[in-house]
Design a protein. Structure first.
Length: 184
């Protein structure tokens, strides 16, 4: 009798262990093969789908090659007192394959300076052109004189450099050459 009871308890422990082990995965964001962020069940995640839609959610589970998330949205509305407040709208669960994710947002404390996002060069280019136009108008000269053309080209070149820097340093992690996701 004790052997049957022991065998039943042993089989129950094996069955429970198998069920528990199925949800032990995590989603890893890799930067050139090195894990920089990881997400497990209950983690907050903000990502972009292949249809360009951004999803804000908490991870429900992570399995072999797919994840399930609980979506939500934060809505701003007017309260009974006439002030503005925010409310959370739950949108339901969504199961996805990892290949459907094309981008992840950068971490909350990520710092993006005016030099790395190109704002400095774009503002400098527009400011240089504006200053050149203002000086020409103050001196009562023609704005499009031959001596002003190199200044316009320089300001436009600075603006273009700023746009190139912004394009090469987006404020999210696009999945592709540099970033990849993997389920471990």
């Amino acid at each position: 009798m004790k052997i049957k009871l022991l065998l039943t308890v042993f089989l129950f422990c094996i069955a429970f262990g198998e069920l528990n082990a199925q949800e032990s995965g995590f989603l890893a964001l890799k930067d050139k093969g090195i894990v920089v962020r990881s997400f497990t069940s209950g983690s907050y995640i903000n990502f972009q789908l292949a249809n360009q839609q951004w999803i804000t959610a908490y991870i429900d589970w992570v399995r072999n090659d797919s994840i399930q998330v609980k979506q939500f949205a934060i809505q701003t509305g007017v309260t009974a007192y006439g002030t503005y407040g925010q409310d959370t709208l739950r949108l339901g669960k969504l199961a996805l394959h990892k290949s459907e994710i094309i981008a992840l947002s950068k971490p909350k404390g990520y710092y993006n300076s005016v030099f790395t996002n190109g704002s400095f060069f774009r503002a400098a280019g527009i400011g240089y052109i504006g200053l050149n136009v203002a000086n020409s108008l103050i001196k009562k000269e023609s704005v499009f004189e031959s001596k002003n053309i190199p200044s316009f080209i320089g300001g436009a070149a600075s603006w273009v450099i700023g746009k190139i820097i912004k394009k090469s340093n987006p404020n999210y992690c696009p999945i592709g050459k540099r970033f990849s996701i993997d389920i471990l």
